[in-house]
Design a protein around this ligand. Sequence first.
Ligand SMILES: NC(=O)c1ccc[n+]([C@@H]2O[C@H](COP(=O)([O-])OP(=O)(O)OC[C@H]3O[C@@H](n4cnc5c(N)ncnc54)[C@H](OP(=O)(O)O)[C@@H]3O)[C@@H](O)[C@H]2O)c1
Length: 250
Amino acid sequence: MATELFFFTSIPNLPFPLIKFPKHHQSLPLFSLAPPTISSRFKTVSSSKARPSSSTVVVHAVQEEVVQTPNSDSKVTPASSSKLVLVAGGSGGVGQLVVASLLSRNIKSRLLLRDPEKATTLFGKQDEETLQVCKGDTRNPKDLDPAIFEGVTHVICCTGTTAFPSRRWDGDNTPEKVDWEGVRNLVSALPSSLKRIVLVSSVGVTKFNELPWSIMNLFGVLKYKKMGEDFVQKSGLPFTIISLCIYCIL
Ligand SMILES: NC(=O)c1ccc[n+]([C@@H]2O[C@H](COP(=O)([O-])OP(=O)(O)OC[C@H]3O[C@@H](n4cnc5c(N)ncnc54)[C@H](OP(=O)(O)O)[C@@H]3O)[C@@H](O)[C@H]2O)c1
């Protein structure tokens, strides 16, 4: 059953809960990039009726089958050996938070990165059992070999590029290529046994022709994100789409 949740929150300091790390994770530069979200739209095909708590969107999406109280101040969730979460875009602002959260909960993850070196820079040296890294560019279907998805139970796609032309578009890494073609390639490569794909997207994708979203969409970013979302929704896989925004414009 598909459900759609809207929730808007005012978050005084950080948009994500502070995570207590075991000692060996304390060196993670979690907030080296600006964390996102003031409000989020949360779509899911989960039959769970529980609303996500205000500031734990990404974590909750992954955790719904794992822990009941991901924000507990006092407990670190025990290892969940049956889960292997592939994170695409784990070097980005949101992706870093996702990976750090998985590490803090001892959930195994596999990163799909264009530059695997970034994993060591961001997350330090990790046990290979805990954090694996694969080199891959979602624009290139050949990089998305089935071996990458072996044993993967959940996928979180945090890839993206800038909405407006910038150096990050170098090499044709444009919204069309990343938010549409990359997402399509990734979803097409996923095994049907996958328990869930989580796509980190954006608010405004359904209104990209209307002000103020049409400004953000001048180079098509919202249109291409919508195409990516639609592809996920039609994939037949259990999915969650998280719509982020920095500024709440309704
Ligand atoms: N942050 C916000 O406030 C906000 C607001 C609304 C929507 N969103 C959306 O939420 C998602 C995550 O945002 P973010 O702020 O974390 O983005 P980000 O910091 O720009 O990170 C993007 C990630 O995608 C990766 N990537 C880019 N092109 C790729 C490709 N061709 N193949 C594989 N990986 C690629 C980047 O890897 P490299 O390190 O190789 O570049 C990076 O890890 C994006 O889709 C963004 O549009 C974010």
